[in-house]
Design a protein around this ligand. Structure first.
Ligand code: TRP
Length: 330
């Protein structure tokens, strides 16, 4: 049987080059080796307040970017989480086997809760919903970044607990990740991972940013006090710029050293900006074409939901039977 891969992305904030080089670009590369499901997790997004109009358009935007970036809608399923009710249903069933203590230990919850005046219960349950996304499809492989590893471990723990309480039901998702991509840091603060939600215009290059804006953001990136690129002593800002160039260009380490050793930062940034712009341009052009026809995108999302719904419903049916909640006699 072909292994199944599943991943998800929240439709909040702008997808940026860190998302592409660290996640989306990898999904594109590996999608044909698997039965692939990529979710736009709108039910996760609303665990913190989203303006309805913005959320609505973000969901479409992300679907468009997926296709523009090379997710093949003839092969891979692009699914808006809320269009398959089984996600929410399984989440509740799993909530009932998840000790609160496990959720209280989640570092992302602690960080998000600390930044919030009042915390919705959904924020607390967030990792259970993510476990449901994964276990619903009996996914074998879940490519996520380092920051989601704790959630993935939790999904395994929940699966294990369910299996031992009610008998073998869920496939254990592997924690081994397929070749993870580059970890791109914030351009204004290269000690923190590039984030969709960070405010400030100097932080990230969004995938849909126009060329002049991309250039401006990169030219303003934090570097260090060396006079030029020194591979032995460079700080995290310079290393990040080089990582972006290398990830987009595919150059070898040797080629990077030969080309960039001693280069002044103004020139380095110019090259990074040009490489970034030229790699994003075809994607942006495809995005315009794809979104010019809203029905085309709707069709892809409808087909995604249609194909995965029977898989999801079969899991929920089995889980209900195992738990002993009502199932008709015939
Ligand atoms: N929590 C993930 C993130 O913020 C998004 C996500 C939701 C996800 N459900 C998932 C990732 C299932 C992988 C699998 O990045």
């Amino acid at each position: 049987m072909i292994p199944r891969v599943l991943s998800g992305i929240q439709p909040s904030g702008n997808l940026h080059i860190g998302n592409y080089l660290g996640a989306l670009g990898n999904w594109v590369k590996i999608q044909h080796q698997y039965e692939s499901i990529f979710c736009i997790v709108d039910l996760h997004a609303i665990t913190v307040y989203q303006k309805p109009e913005e959320l609505r358009s973000k969901i479409r935007e992300i679907a468009g970017i997926f296709v523009a970036a090379g997710i093949d809608p003839e092969h891979s399923r692009i699914v808006v989480q809320s269009t398959v009710p089984a996600h929410a249903e399984l989440a509740w069933l799993l909530t009932c086997v998840t000790p609160m203590g496990w959720l209280e230990r989640m570092t992302q919850f602690k960080a998000k809760a600390a930044a919030q005046e009042s915390i919705g219960d959904g924020l607390f349950q967030y990792p259970v919903l993510m476990a449901a996304d994964i276990l619903l499809y009996q996914a074998n492989v879940v490519p996520v970044g380092e920051d989601q590893m704790q959630h993935l471990e939790l999904a395994r723990d929940i699966a294990q607990r369910f299996n031992s309480l009610y008998g073998d039901t869920f496939t254990m998702p592997a924690t081994k990740l397929p070749s993870v991509g580059a970890r791109i840091m914030g351009l204004d603060d290269p000690t923190a991972k590039m984030s969709k939600s960070a405010s400030g215009s100097g932080h990230a290059v969004a995938l849909l940013d126009p060329p002049d804006r991309i250039k401006k953001t990169i030219m303003r990136a934090t570097t260090d006090s060396n006079p030029g690129v020194d591979f032995e002593t460079m700080g995290p800002g310079v290393a990040n710029l080089l990582a972006i160039f290398q990830a987009f260009s595919g150059w070898t380490d040797d080629a990077m050293r030969t080309n960039f050793s001693g280069m002044r930062y103004g020139d380095l940034k110019k090259q990074v900006a040009e490489m970034t712009i030229s790699c994003l341009e075809p994607m942006q052009k495809r995005y315009q074409e794809i979104t010019a026809d809203p029905e085309y995108l709707d069709g892809i999302l409808q087909r995604g939901a249609d194909v995965v719904t029977p898989i999801a419903n079969a899991t929920v049916k089995l889980v209900k039977e195992r738990m002993g909640i009502y199932t008709p006699a015939r």
